[in-house]
Design a binder for this molecule. Structure first.
Ligand code: 3EB
Length: 300
């Protein structure tokens, strides 16, 4: 879908006493680092404070030569690691990946699966030991542009898995030649008064199987159930509760903009403050799935 008039997601990071990681939906032409994902509805600013100079946001973009998403991904991740590891913020906690036509190509040639191969080829042992929380979404920007946004830190986060879901790094062969390298979530600042749980892209997958194919509402409800189970894991790992009501921001990626009203109706009864929800046009990396959630949750 081409939607040049819709605002785009912008990422900015500031450090200092009021340290802030801010994701701002702004006009694409005004913002060089705008993410190629159109905002369909919701607040134009997503911002959450992070501790002092503990965090840094790094943005890497790569251009696909001849449509080779695997090579572009490997190049982007090599650059990301080369910049991140020797820096003052060597730990990768959370990564957002955006590129076009994520579901194009058949079988192991599907572009998302090639992306997974390129990522796996570039990352190091430190990455694989505790894979970052992540999102990988098909966006509507330049056809040959891969955008990788990484939240980096001075220390590791607590990585979370979801008991309702097979760890992505253990997905069986049927989902691609290389298992995706990401964790289901990460808890930041666990030892402070204000921990935050970052949920990875969360879809209608139970075990490793896509559920409710063709039923948007059921997919969204299943995704919310997965999110609730992840938040419970955060509580068990830290002793702090992470209720849905503590949601500071939720992104809902919709394959079809026509599903917006149905999504809003379901989110209205979820316990999440609807004023915190942004709806974005994006393709889930499994073609049979129509919706994916991700979010930031404060401890109660
Ligand atoms: C899934 O659960 C859905 O490859 O980095 C979600 C979040 C998904 C991150 C990634 C993929 C990624 O398998 C897809």
């Amino acid at each position: 879908m081409d939607s040049p008039k819709l605002p785009r997601l912008r990422v900015s990071a500031e450090t200092g006493p009021d340290a802030l990681v801010a994701f701002i939906f702004g006009a694409a032409d005004a913002v060089p680092s705008a993410v190629d994902c159109a905002l369909l509805a919701g607040p134009p600013v997503e911002a959450w404070c992070a501790q002092g100079d503990h965090y840094a946001v790094r943005i890497v973009e790569a251009t696909e030569a001849g449509g080779d998403i695997e090579a572009a991904t490997e190049q982007a991740y090599r650059r990301l690691l080369a910049e991140t590891r020797p820096s003052a913020h060597p730990y990768l906690l959370r990564i957002w990946n955006y590129f076009a036509d994520i579901n194009a190509g058949e079988g192991d040639h599907e572009r998302y699966r090639r992306f997974c191969v390129g990522r796996a080829a570039a990352v190091d042992e430190m990455f694989n030991q505790v894979p970052p929380a992540a999102t990988a979404i098909g966006a509507d920007g330049a056809p040959a542009r891969l955008q990788v946004v990484a939240l980096c830190a001075k220390a590791p986060a607590i990585a979370l898995e979801n008991p309702r879901q097979t760890p992505a790094w253990r997905y069986p062969r049927e989902h691609g030649p290389v298992s995706p390298g990401f964790s289901r979530g990460a808890v930041l600042d666990a030892d402070t008064a204000t921990p935050r749980l970052l949920a990875s892209g969360t879809a209608s997958i139970v075990g490793h199987v896509s559920r409710h194919v063709g039923d948007f509402a059921a997919q969204l409800r299943e995704s919310l159930d997965n999110l609730a189970a992840l938040l419970e894991q955060g509580r068990q790992a830290t002793g702090r509760g992470f209720p849905l009501a503590g949601c500071e921001s939720l992104r809902v990626y919709l394959r079809r903009p026509d599903d917006l009203a149905a999504a809003q109706a379901i989110l209205a009864t979820s316990g999440i403050d609807t004023g915190r929800v942004s709806y974005l046009r994006g393709d889930v990396c499994r073609r049979e799935l129509d919706v994916e959630l991700e979010g930031v949750f404060a401890a109660s």
